[in-house]
Design a protein around this ligand. Structure first.
Ligand code: NAD
Length: 319
């Protein structure tokens, strides 16, 4: 009897890639993981270390090194290859090199016959996801940037700390660029079904004046706060990436804010950015179009303008 194996390839066996692989095996998400890296020794070292965990985990996952040719029958390719920004650089400063790296990965993977889903983690993630969409020729629902999934988790942490509830009881999205210009539609933040704005109004005595703009800034800055202390970030993004993988592999219809192509939603066209999406075995099944106030829509569009400016530069190069 031949059973189809669920396979995930991770390209970039650095900190984000190997932490994603570790999260996958500890949660027992798939049958096989291929680790691919330009640094073959690094990939092999990670494969060995990951295999040495199996004895103590709930299930056996076959973790091996792979090549782009091996990606033909892989379900999901996660791209985490690239260089994290150097001190003083923004994510956008890494665009040119990141695009070159991603091109050298995507072309041979497509040549292998791969027809699955790309999850893009490499920064600047919105623009790189768009680039992968253009050069891969795959349908838009097959290209998923991790977008503001990790920022939304950070935002929930800030709100949770403020009002002392479990972050998972909070509904909140960060939207737009996975970067400095991201915004938060406060009119859609709820805690246990109660509007956050009303919670603030009802608890003035307890909470005092809460600076929402600062909370947005703190959310956008949170990755940098981690970066300043440990030189990079990887646990949170790995957790978000695995949540996206599970939503696809288990056909969950889970709503996660990811970077996807807008084609008229929010009045925007031809731009990848972070918006809440329904994810299932079709990848991005639907984009949730939440009603933004005029002020929120302006902030969202400002963020999109920044993504578009950089996207145009890089897309021009492939025309
Ligand atoms: P890292 O330096 O630890 O790992 C990167 C890996 O990519 C290295 O092992 C390197 O050998 C490999 N690589 C480089 N060029 C390659 C190529 N041409 N082909 C195959 N592999 C190649 O870096 P990291 O901390 O794991 O970060 C990786 C990427 O993820 C960066 O772009 C970083 O900005 C991004 N990142 C994104 C988020 C997010 O929220 N989207 C969060 C953290 C990091």
């Amino acid at each position: 009897m031949a059973l189809d194996k669920s396979k995930i390839a991770i390209v970039g066996a650095g900190l984000v890639g190997s932490t994603t692989a570790f999260s996958l095996i500890t949660q027992g998400v798939c049958d096989e993981i291929l680790m691919i890296d330009i640094n073959k020794e690094r990939a092999y070292g990670e494969v060995m270390d990951l295999n040495h965990c199996i004895e103590y985990l709930n299930r056996n996952t076959n973790v091996i090194t792979g090549t782009y040719e091996n990606c033909k029958d892989v379900d999901i390719v996660v791209i985490t290859a690239g260089l994290p920004p150097k001190p003083g650089q923004t994510r956008l400063d890494t665009l040119d090199l990141s695009a070159q790296i991603v091109e050298s990965i995507v072309n041979p993977i497509i040549k292998s016959g791969f027809n699955g889903y790309f999850i893009i983690v490499s920064n600047p993630v919105d623009i790189i996801a768009h680039y992968v969409y253009k050069i891969s020729g795959l349908p838009k629902n097959h290209i998923i940037g991790t977008g503001t999934s990790v920022d939304s988790a950070r935002l929930k942490n800030f709100i949770a700390d403020l009002i002392n509830v479990d972050p998972r009881s909070i509904q909140a999205y960060s939207m737009g660029e996975h970067g400095d210009s991201q915004m938060v539609p406060w009119s859609h933040v709820t805690v246990g079904g109660k509007s956050f704005n009303t919670i603030l109004e009802d608890n003035k005595n307890l909470l005092g004046k809460v600076d929402l703009d600062k909370l947005v800034l703190d959310t956008a800055r949170a990755g940098w706060e981690v970066y300043d202390r440990k030189g990079t970030t990887y646990y949170a993004i790995a957790a978000a990436t695995v949540a996206i993988i599970k939503a696809i592999m288990y056909n969950e219809n889970k709503i996660i804010p990811v970077s996807t192509l807008l084609e008229g939603e929010y009045g925007e066209y031809d731009v990848f950015c972070g918006v809440p999406c329904v994810l299932n075995s079709e990848g991005v099944k639907d984009i949730l179009e939440i009603h933004l106030t005029d002020d929120e829509l302006n902030k969202f569009k400002s963020s999109i303008n920044i993504i578009r400016e950089y996207t145009d530069k890089i897309i021009k190069k492939i025309k």
